[in-house]
Write a protein that binds this ligand. Sequence first.
Ligand code: MN
Length: 420
Amino acid sequence: MGLKRSWLDSANSPTTPFPLNNLPYGVFSVGDGDLRCGVAIGDRVVDATGLEAAGALRADPLADVLDAPYWNDFMELGQAAWARYRSALSALLAEGADDATQDLIITHSVKLSEATLHMPFRVSEFTDFYASRDHATNVGTMFRGPENALPPNWLHMPIGYNGRASSVVVSGTDIRRPWGQLKGPDEDRSRFAPSERFDFELELGAIVGTSSNGPLSVAEAYDNIFGYVLLNDWSARDIQAWEYQPLGPFQAKATATTISPWIVTGAALEPFRRDAPAREVALLGHLKDAGPMLYDIALEVTLAPQGKAATTITRTNAKTLYYSAAQQLAHHTSSGCPMRAGDLLGSGTISGPNRENRGALLELSWGGTDPIALETGEKRNFLEDCDTVTLSGAAQGDGYQIGFGDCTGTVQPALNKPFG
Ligand code: MN
């Protein structure tokens, strides 16, 4: 299937991230105006809140669900409603729509360049996983040596930890370098200081759309996922190295997690589903593959020192993951853990087999021992103040792409004094 043509010319470009095939959901404002639910198409944002209020496009015939600055109430309507809404909105935007329809959409839309983008949903909870075999192998090799690279449980189940919903911010939000407790292997005493090894992590975030209260099969879990965002799990490696045993990362990951502003729906990504790799250890029944549930999404990271050109430092692909978001969600619910609309699941850092495919500076600089060279002539082991990190991603179709919109953040210097 190729490009779905729209009467809006900007949506028909092979390089727009937002063709009619995509229709990602976000939240926007213009000037001092209210926050409104919006859908990106070409170079415009359709005002979904306005269309609902006008009675022109309703997600639920009985209640307003888009009169709030988030898509959670819409998610709660469930899969059938998601499909109906997407299909009705597609019809309004598709080539051949009559003049009255085009006028209606132009009235209820603004230029993307005039819109300020906000968090697209309320994050109920945030869990982060560890699903890239290359990433887990690299980190394990650095910490434990090549013989013990993969933890013994890694090929049996998705490994994760419970993160902080309160720390998730939208692309463009400045990130303050954290203070934390540090102790290097050669230091006698711990000390409280700004992180010296602050890092990014290139991840894909899955957003649970359907609440559940008990174990889900992998196939059910797949259907419960509403959509995906790019996700940067900012990580203080020196805080992490000292605190992580035995309960895993805590303050190292609590400063901030940045997500891209548009929720790309599972529906838009359907043509890009890919099989998981061969299983070296057969997965137990509740985690068994139930069809292709990874996605072919090309991913990239750039790093720009303050006021200077950006260098692309990573290129990889979400199809290289070992566990799908559906398997992570099935595993998450297997204990009976309830899930809510707006639950965010991070894939874990996505790395590939080669150096240029590594999704974090920890791996790119091999633990800070082999700095990467930027096109500006500078080098980096870890992030410096005022560095801007930008994640981007797109699934490439035949004559169109499904883009995510950038996930960007700039590191601000640590506070002079962390208290008072
Ligand atoms: Mn992570």
